[in-house]
Design a protein around this ligand. Structure first.
Ligand SMILES: C[S@@+](CC[C@H](N)C(=O)[O-])C[C@H]1O[C@@H](n2cnc3c(N)ncnc32)[C@H](O)[C@@H]1O
Length: 375
């Protein structure tokens, strides 16, 4: 680190903070943004080591060291809300609102509350917090949702959306709008400690709900070669031959110690230039398996019609073809029931993000939105 001096070290993994375990470049940028507001014309140097953000120097133009302000971790989430940095950018917000058409007084069920991006816009229009429900299986997301909406009397449920939907049916609740924005959040992806990304080293974890026992490590280091190959083929849509080859290489290299190690074992099995990182589909497959992502959607879709009021709208956003296929087939099977069908389809073909949105938020590139209205 040369002559750089440690001025402040921020430990992001802090049990007291609603954003514990968050380790994102957005936090670094936000801190730098705040510091630059209070120290205009200064240069800031920082480094990142695992879940630490270490501010090294604040230099003015004459290279004189200045002390920079410190930030309490508990205030980080407020800093994030008050700055132009967002924890997670909601995808296709305009299209979601055009499908859901929120009206004052209506109630809302968000199956994947995340960081409340979609929810805040819907609830701002309905102003009905007390009859609405936000669900997420991720502890960090739930803590942020509570921080954001808890005081308004909304029901926040820390549960997978399949169990939550079943419980809501049992309690006889119905909704005017339901949103499912499937997949992972940027916060999960960006946090190396959560193990979702092959771009940064972390534990083989990938659990959205850390109370769950099965993790990526269970699969990568314990599944049989054939099981691994089947997971890659089914959930990564990798060819049979390649799935077998990578599964064999993984089994021969075990124990696989972390995400970087796994990505390098996969990459070594490929030769030459690849348009995207060869680990992409394999990480997707393991993540889907760890979180039973497709099973959750498949079991929840038939429950939704029981949760919607007549005239109620549902919007479902998928991020890969396997998810979208389930949603598409569900609505198609319903349409084939003719006069018995439960839904009027609102999106003949799925809506996609605009070019401008994709430039600003590359996650939106693969998003597909399907909407329907309960008859
Ligand atoms: C794409 S993000 C949603 C972002 C949210 N719409 C927003 O605007 O902030 C997906 C969220 O769904 C959650 N999730 C994924 N599968 C889930 C499941 N089966 N049950 C509950 N939550 C789930 C993830 O933990 C993640 O926080």
């Amino acid at each position: 680190m040369g002559n750089w001096e440690f001025l402040h070290a921020f430990r992001i993994r802090d049990k007291e903070s609603p954003v514990h375990c968050l380790y994102t470049s957005q936090i670094v940028e936000t801190l730098l943004h705040i510091i630059s507001l209070s120290t205009p014309g200064h240069m800031i140097r920082y480094t990142r080591v695992k879940s630490w953000i270490i501010l090294l120097e604040v230099l003015n133009k004459k290279q004189t060291k200045q002390k920079c302000g410190s930030f309490r971790l508990g205030n980080l989430e407020r800093i994030l809300y008050n700055s132009n940095m967002k924890l997670h950018e909601p995808v296709m917000l305009t299209q979601v609102l055009s499908v859901l058409q929120p009206q004052e007084g209506e109630n809302y069920l968000d199956l994947t509350g995340g960081y409340g991006g979609h929810a805040s816009k819907v609830l701002a229009a309905t102003r009905n917090y007390k009859d609405s429900v936000l669900v997420d299986r991720d502890e960090t997301a739930v803590q942020v949702l509570e921080e954001r909406f808890g005081e308004k009397g909304i029901n926040i449920v820390h549960e997978d959306f399949c169990s939550a939907a079943q419980q809501l049916v049992e309690s006889g609740q119905k909704f005017d709008m339901i949103l499912g924005d499937f997949g992972v959040s940027s916060v999960q992806l960006d946090n190396a400690d959560r193990g979702f990304s092959f771009r940064t080293d972390g534990d083989l974890d990938m659990r959205m709900d850390v109370r769950q026992v099965r993790s990526a490590d269970t699969i990568v280091n314990r599944a049989r070669e054939r099981e691994l190959a089947e997971i890659f083929e089914a959930y990564g849509e990798v060819s049979h031959g390649l799935s077998l080859k990578i599964a064999r290489n993984i089994v021969h290299t075990r124990p696989i110690k972390g995400t970087e190690h796994l990505a390098s074992v996969i990459a070594k099995s490929f030769g030459g230039y690849q348009r995207r990182h060869p680990a992409t589909q394999f990480f997707q497959a393991i993540r889907i398996m760890v979180n039973d992502e497709l099973g959750m959607i498949e079991r929840t879709l038939p429950i939704l019609e029981k949760l919607l009021n007549p005239g109620g709208r549902v919007a479902l956003i998928s991020f890969h073809s396997l998810e979208d296929r389930l949603v598409k087939q569900y609505f198609k099977a319903d349409a084939e029931k003719g006069i018995e069908s439960r839904y009027k389809i609102l999106t003949k073909s799925p809506l996609t993000a605009t070019h401008d949105e994709i430039v600003n938020n590359p996650r939106a590139r693969s998003a597909k939105l399907r909407g329907a209205e309960r008859r």
